[in-house]
Write a protein that binds this ligand. Structure first.
Ligand code: ZN
Ligand code: FE
Length: 256
C-alpha cells in the first residue's frame, strides 16, 4: 500500500491546510480547508484533482473553504457524526472507531472532544500520519471551548499512545509560544530543550515546526504529561488526579 503524498499550505495568520494524495487511486483529500483559493491553486500547480475534504471540527478556520472547493471540484466532504449541523456541505459522517478509505489509504477515526464537542482526528496508520486539527499541537493542545479538561485529557491520552514515528499534522503553527510556556513549567526537561533548539533553528530558517513526531511530543509536551509526577509537582499538584493536573496546566496556559 503506497504512502500518502502530503503537502502543507500555510494560510491566514498561522493555519495549515493539508493536501494528501493516495498515489494508486489518485484520490486527493484536503484536510481542514480554512479557505478555498490557496487550495485550488496548489492542487492545480501539482496537477492533482481534489476528491475529498476531511474536516476535524466546525471552526471557520477549518471549514471556511468547504463549499467553494466542493462547488469547484465535486468532492465529497467527510466530517464528525457528532457535529452534523456545523460542517458545511457534509456528505459522509464518521464516528469514533470508524475507518474511512481515501483510495487505498485507510484512516482510523478518533472522537477527541475537548476543543469542540464534535472534534475528530484521522490517523493514516500506514502513512504514519495523524491529522488532529486543533486537539494536539506541537508542545501544546487546543483551548477548551466546548469541553471539560477531563474530556480533553482522555482525548489526548488516546492520541499519545499512537506509534512514536507518527507525524502530527496539526492545524496551527503555535509551537514557539507553546515552548515558551512549557519551558516555564518544565525547564529541566531535556527533550523539551532539544525541541526548543530545533524549533528555533527551523523558524530562523523560515521553515515550519510542523509536523512533529509523537515520540518527541510524548516526552516534551506538557499536555501529554499530566500523569508524570515531575509535571504534577511543577504545578503544585503532586499525587493529584491527572485530569485535574491537566486542568491546571491548561488554565495556566490560558493566562500565560
Ligand atoms: Zn478550532
Ligand atoms: Fe483552528
Amino acid at each position: 500500500m503506497a504512502a500518502l503524498d502530503i503537502h502543507q499550505i500555510p494560510v491566514l495568520k498561522d493555519n495549515f491546510i493539508y493536501l494528501a494524495r493516495e498515489p494508486d487511486s489518485g484520490c486527493v483529500a484536503v484536510i481542514d480547508p480554512a479557505e478555498a483559493g490557496p487550495v485550488l491553486d496548489k492542487a492545480k500547480a501539482l496537477g492533482w484533482r481534489i476528491t475529498h475534504i476531511l474536516n476535524t471540527h466546525h471552526h471557520p478556520d477549518h471549514v471556511g473553504g468547504n463549499i467553494e472547493i466542493k462547488e469547484a471540484t465535486g468532492c465529497a466532504i467527510v466530517g464528525p457524526a457528532a457535529d452534523p449541523d456545523r460542517i458545511p456541505g457534509m456528505d459522509v459522517q464518521v464516528n469514533d472507531g470508524d475507518t474511512y478509505d481515501l483510495g487505498q489509504a485507510r484512516a482510523q477515526v478518533f472522537f477527541v472532544p475537548g476543543h469542540t464537542r464534535g472534534h475528530i482526528a484521522y490517523w493514516f496508520k500506514d502513512s504514519a500520519a495523524l491529522f488532529c486539527g486543533d486537539t494536539l499541537f506541537s508542545i501544546g493542545c487546543g483551548r477548551l471551548f466546548e469541553g471539560t479538561p477531563r474530556q480533553m485529557w482522555t482525548s489526548l491520552s488516546r492520541l499519545r499512545v499512537l506509534p512514536p514515528e507518527t507525524r502530527i499534522y496539526c492545524a496551527h503553527e503555535y509551537t514557539e509560544s507553546n515552548i515558551r510556556f512549557a519551558v516555564s513549567l518544565d525547564p529541566d526537561n531535556a527533550a523539551l530543550r532539544k525541541r526548543e533548539a530545533e524549533v528555533k533553528a527551523l523558524r530562523a530558517a523560515g521553515k515550519y515546526s510542523v509536523p512533529s513526531l509523537m515520540g518527541d511530543e510524548r516526552a516534551a509536551n506538557p499536555f501529554l504529561r499530566a500523569d508524570d509526577p515531575v509535571l504534577a509537582a511543577a504545578v503544585g499538584m503532586a499525587g493529584k488526579d491527572p485530569a485535574d493536573v491537566f486542568a491546571e496546566v491548561r488554565r495556566r496556559k490560558d493566562v500565560f
